[in-house]
Design a protein around this ligand. Structure first.
Ligand code: AMP
Length: 409
């Protein structure tokens, strides 16, 4: 299948060309026809699969057929970073089309709020927003969405995890009942199913092979004791193989500590966590994108959605407890069609977590040999948790073979 098959208008084809998209990804092949047909959609797809363009492209096509100069599409996203990225993709894809967008998100001062107000006033076609800030604009009575035709909930699971359930329902009360609604989520826990029932109308369902890391990622595991972790990271970085990377740690305390202790000559490192001011976070991301910062140390705040091209290395300083977080974290590298390396440091206590990851992805992660000068590694001896009978912790909407296996553990 090619993009030609969708019969997009010429300016959208030019946008695709300038973005360098040659062939539709799997989610795009499945979602675009459904959306063009005007159907509601619930799609299970992770970042890195091209899911953003899978809804933006058909929306841009549908909007280009209208001649209304009102907000006709609303995209809700959990974080400002994701909202900004979606906005950038609209800018790229719609560069040659007469369609405009604005992203509104929380944080910033009164000036930012006023800037957002005047941007909205300029009659945009697509509004991209985080839920909290959108409510502020809606309840001030200034923003009206009476002409809305398309609603997208992007990373819906993340929005619920962040406690936006009530905000979402409040936002729905401002929207026309007749509209096309598209829900994208990386996971499908029961609460997403409940949300889908209340906001979607007879949706088509797409379940992209869940929980599989991108093919281009070279995954490696090192067994280490905690005190070997920093020397190993220094060893890996000093080899000079990577120009851009992220180190994930599970808590911001660990991030701060690692940032203090990790000394790598000639590599500019910054930490990234929720204690930083918004302006600072944006500045760091910008510098990271521009390669002024080579290495970011962060929590899972950056594991989802952050779309920075050309990240070559992801290091898991600790093994994520939730196997799906592993996929999100390592998905920061090998975006789209690139390749990348993902290295996970596993201490004695985390060996069972690694087992759970391997069960989810249905294969073993290759084990790398610790350089001799760092001493002996711990032996791999994961302690299995006893099975609980009849107590399925996570029932999923769409069950893949892997997930069924995982539920039984
Ligand atoms: P997403 O899953 O939406 O976060 O997209 C991941 C990355 O893939 C982004 O950098 C997109 O610009 C890129 N991308 C999306 N669709 C395509 C495509 N058809 N071909 C190549 N790259 C794409």
């Amino acid at each position: 299948m090619t993009f030609e098959d969708f019969n997009f208008n010429t300016s959208l084809h030019e946008g695709l060309l300038s973005m360098g998209y040659k062939e539709p990804t799997a989610i795009q092949q499945q979602a675009i026809p459904v959306i063009l047909e005007g159907k509601d959609l619930i799609a299970c797809a992770q970042t890195g699969t091209g899911k953003t363009a899978s809804y933006l492209l058909p929306l841009l096509e549908l909007i280009s057929r209208e001649d209304e100069n009102e907000i006709s599409a609303l995209v809700l996203a959990p974080t400002r970073e994701l909202a900004q990225q979606i906005d950038q993709q609209v800018e790229g894809l719609a560069y040659y089309a007469d369609i405009s967008s604005v992203a509104i998100f929380g944080g910033g001062d009164g000036k930012v709020y006023e800037q957002q107000r005047s941007a909205i006033q300029n009659k945009v076609n697509i509004l991209i927003a985080t839920p909290g800030r959108l409510i502020a604009h809606l309840s001030s009575g200034f923003l009206k969405l009476d002409h809305l035709k398309y609603l997208v909930l992007d990373e819906a699971d993340r929005m619920l995890d962040m406690g936006f359930q009530e905000d979402l329902m409040r936002i729905m009360s401002y929207l026309p009942k007749t509209r096309q609604t598209l829900l994208f989520s990386a996971t499908m826990p029961p609460k997403i199913r409940t949300l889908a029932r209340s906001v979607l109308n007879n949706p088509e369902q797409i379940n992209l092979a869940l929980s599989q890391p991108a093919i281009g990622i070279d995954q490696q595991v090192y067994f280490v004791y905690d005190e070997q972790k920093i020397p190993l990271i220094q060893h890996i970085l000093s080899e000079g193989k990577y120009n851009s990377g992220i180190i994930f740690a599970s808590t911001k305390e660990k991030v701060k500590e690692l940032y203090k202790k990790l000394k790598v000559p000639a590599i500019k490192v910054r930490s990234f966590h929720s204690d930083l001011e918004q302006a600072e976070r944006e500045e760091i991301l910008l510098q990271f994108r521009n390669r002024q910062i080579a290495l970011l140390i962060g929590t899972d705040v950056i594991s989802r959605g952050i779309d920075v091209e050309g990240i070559e290395l992801v290091i898991n300083y600790d093994c994520p407890s939730d196997p799906e977080d592993y996929i999100h974290r390592i998905g920061r590298t090998a975006r789209a069609e690139r390749t990348g390396t993902a290295i996970t440091l596993v201490n004695e206590k985390d060996q069972r977590k690694l087992k759970n990851i391997e069960r989810l992805i249905d294969r073993e992660v290759p084990k790398a040999t610790l350089p001799e000068h760092l001493g002996e590694p711990p032996v791999f001896k994961p302690v299995e948790k006893k099975k609980k009978s009849g107590n399925q912790k996570h029932k999923r909407f769409f069950k893949s073979k892997n997930q069924k296996a995982r539920q039984g553990s």
